[in-house]
Design a protein around this ligand. Structure first.
Ligand SMILES: [Zn+2]
Length: 464
């Protein structure tokens, strides 16, 4: 008996060793060309990404990771590109339901004649929930894993974003007139403080105050919103220097530019995410870099509203972290396709400077990934595929006519590949899209609901 036990022990020992030799992983994305966007911009052919929980535990050659890890699930990315999820640094997701309501007018006319009345008559908690579901489907389909939002009823947006499995910096709007949700500044402060408390330490949702802009918020509202953000270590979302009139008015009223005014009143800082930054001169760019304020460039929106062209190459040269956003999706873009913004950011800079070297393909892919993460102050968590970062991973197919042949990966990403080439999306280790199928959302229902909303919104405005 004793002998048998010894034999059994001896026999099982190597088996025991073998079974323990591989580390556990929940998921391995394997076999693709891994475009890491790490500090060295490492690209690994026939690479792999190993995930445990919501975190990346290893990135490297496929053979090495497959011999080291025993995964519970595998995603085969052979012949495809594997990238960190794209970051949409500025949008207003519930406005999907106003998509195409009235275009080709000035921002002022669009706001006064169409959007403010449409919002007053239609925006409630149910509206923002359906708009967010529709937007989540559209964003996941273009490879977006994190977005920064500014709207009303942002707590409902947070709940829907979490259900969709997306990562969000979600900003509750502060504005100088009664909003669809909160009618006074006291209500805005009360709602937002509750909102910030509720989502503290959530792995996906980062609640934030979003004072709309210097042209719609008093100095007091701007400072109160910033103070609230700092009390809870939350970011501050704001539109900055987004039109010429804003610059002119600030020079007249404050004797300085919008950026210098925000700096003077103590709002600017390393927790601010400034959308647009079109009218920023050299001293402004220096200030933005010194304060480590993140900026988000929205090329579609800036072109569609004829707002102007942000000096993106100059901002990058000055050391400002600058990402990409879709803005909109109504009136100032009309979709949430970040791959279109990658393409347009490069081309807008080129035509403005009349120089095809002004902003290259790699630079704009950086703006949608690692630089976008810096712009929203999340570069320690997301923006590249590296050990210890959140497992936000996308797989892009290279099998469509527009995807072949491929000589340069960054050029292909910037100028040839489309949102429809995004095949799979993982956010925080959870697969939210596989083989173009959304797994966390009822897309058909969201589309049907959007068609219903069109009828009631048009009727509310007396439109056909
Ligand atoms: Zn905006």
């Amino acid at each position: 008996m004793k002998f048998l036990r010894c034999v059994l022990l001896l026999c099982s020992f190597p088996l025991f060793l073998f079974a323990q030799a591989k580390d556990a992983a929940d998921l391995i994305v394997t076999g693709g060309t891994v475009v890491t966007m790490d500090g060295l911009r490492t690209i690994i052919d026939d690479g792999a990404v190993a995930v445990r929980g919501d975190t990346i535990v290893a990135v490297g050659p496929r053979a090495e990771l497959e011999s080291k890890y025993q995964p519970k699930a595998t995603m085969d990315a052979t012949g495809k590109l594997v990238l960190p999820g794209f970051i949409n640094g500025h949008t207003h997701v519930p406005m999907t339901l106003f998509r195409g309501l009235h275009d080709d007018v000035t921002l002022d006319e669009w706001l006064r004649k169409y959007i403010f009345p449409a919002e007053a008559k239609n925006v409630n908690e149910e509206f923002v929930r359906w708009g967010t579901r529709l937007a989540a489907a559209e964003q996941i389909r273009s490879g977006i894993t994190t977005f920064a939002d500014m709207y009303y009823f942002e707590d409902a947006i947070a709940e829907e974003t979490k259900t969709a499995g997306m990562r969000g910096i979600l900003g509750e709007t502060f504005i100088d007139f009664p909003a669809p949700d909160n009618k006074t500044e006291a209500e805005m402060l009360g709602y937002t403080e509750k909102f910030l408390k509720k989502w503290q330490n959530d792995p996906l949702i980062h609640a934030a105050p979003a004072p709309h802009s210097i042209y719609t918020c008093s100095q007091k509202i701007l400072q109160d919103a910033a103070a609230l953000a700092r009390k809870y270590h939350a970011p501050i979302l704001i539109h900055v220097a987004e039109m010429k009139k804003e610059w002119d008015d600030s020079e007249k009223q404050n004797g300085m530019s919008p950026v210098q005014y925000l700096d003077k009143i103590g709002v600017l800082g390393p927790d601010v995410i400034a959308a647009h930054c079109i009218y920023v001169d050299e001293p402004d760019r220096k200030t933005l870099a010194e304060r480590q304020t993140g900026c988000v460039h929205n090329p579609s929106s800036n072109m569609m509203l004829a707002s102007g062209v942000a000096p993106v190459p100059e901002m990058r040269d000055a050391g400002v972290a600058i990402g990409l956003g879709t803005d909109g999706p109504a009136g100032s873009n009309n979709d949430l396709d970040i791959m279109e913004e990658i393409d347009l950011a490069a081309k807008l800079a080129k035509i403005t400077k009349m120089d095809p070297r002004a902003l290259n393909a790699q630079a704009v892919v950086e703006m949608a990934t690692i630089d976008g993460a810096k712009a929203i102050h999340m570069e320690r968590e997301i923006g590249s595929l590296e050990k210890g970062k959140k497992a936000d991973v996308i797989i892009i197919s290279l099998d469509e006519p527009n995807a072949v042949p491929m000589y340069d990966i960054y050029a292909q990403l910037a100028y040839a590949l489309k949102a429809s080439d995004v095949q799979a999306v993982v956010i925080g280790g959870r697969i939210v899209m596989r083989d173009h199928k959304l797994l966390t959302l009822n897309e058909e229902q969201a589309i049907a609901k959007a068609r219903e909303y069109k009828k009631s919104i048009a009727a509310s405005l007396g439109l056909p």
